[in-house]
Design a protein around this ligand. Structure first.
Ligand SMILES: [Zn+2]
Length: 277
């Protein structure tokens, strides 16, 4: 498979895959969805009972949402992840899964109402660069005399276990379009130009031409509109455009590198299994 990196922004990537086939393109898509690890909050410990304020005021450890819902919302927050630094907690040799700086990140949160608790209120114990990627994701609104005091622990995981460990989104590929125009059949009725939803057809010097082939959505509306069979739209099954985004916890570049690494491991494992037969 030939991979041309078309675009690799912080949170967005576009690749041109050629000399390949749909199963291979799909394998890369599935790896990008389910096999890229990231940190996400897995354990939350809520303080129970009253919480004293600085002004001698007493607050109740309560919020309008159930603890489980707050914990779930915390779990979904994107947390910056350096894939080189962290081990899976269950495989961590330093602590045997007990939790240590090599496999977990601990956050504290202490907010008193009335206010809205945001992702930016989570303070990592230790390194400041592990603050959630976006500061303004609302978690819960606290009323008068309500407060939230808790510790949360993030650890590595993959989307195979839970969607909170999925750093990528919108991972999709499309077949590379191919538009054949038979100018001998074309009677210049311009019906196809009218119906094209992405406006990529035009008449140039009396000939029907395609202005931006890659914009074609393969909807075949032009084919249907043409009464003369002068235009044919096909998707190539050896060339694809793959696009994906990340939630900011890992960069598009890191996600792609990790994806290719995992794919390579999977294929190597498969070859080993076949050789053992
Ligand atoms: Zn550990």
């Amino acid at each position: 498979m030939e991979i041309e990196v078309r675009k690799l922004e912080e949170r967005k990537g576009e690749l041109l895959l050629s000399d390949t086939n749909p199963p291979m393109a799909n394998a890369l898509r599935r790896v990008l969805i389910a096999d890229i690890p990231k940190l996400a909050i897995e354990d939350v410990e809520f303080h129970l009972g009253t919480i004293g304020g600085e002004d001698d005021k007493e607050y109740e450890s309560a919020a309008p949402l159930f603890d489980e819902i707050i914990a779930h919302r915390l779990g979904m927050l994107p947390i910056p992840t350096d894939l080189e630094l962290f081990n899976y907690r269950s495989e961590c040799e330093e602590c045997d899964g007990e939790g240590c700086p090599n496999c977990t990140v601990i956050y504290s949160l202490n907010k008193k109402g009335p206010c809205t608790v945001y992702s930016g209120d989570l303070i990592p114990v230790g390194e400041n660069e592990l603050r959630p990627v976006d500061d303004l994701i609302p978690i819960v609104k606290l009323n008068e005399e309500q407060a939230l005091l808790m510790y949360a622990t993030a650890e590595l995981g993959t989307a195979k276990d839970h969607a909170k460990w999925q750093p990528t989104s919108g991972v999709a590929y499309k077949y590379y379009p191919e538009i054949e125009i038979n100018s001998e059949e074309c009677d210049e009725c311009k019906e196809c130009i009218e119906v094209c939803p992405v406006d990529i057809l035009e008449m140039k010097d009396g000939e029907l031409t395609v202005t931006d082939l890659e914009e074609c959505k393969l909807c075949k509306a032009c084919e249907e509109a043409c009464g003369k069979d002068a235009i044919e739209v096909k998707g190539r099954d050896d060339k694809f455009i793959l696009t994906f985004e990340t939630d900011g916890s890992v960069s598009a570049e890191d996600a792609l590198k990790k994806g290719l690494e995992v794919l390579n491991e999977k294929f190597t494992h498969m070859v080993d299994l076949i050789e053992d037969i």
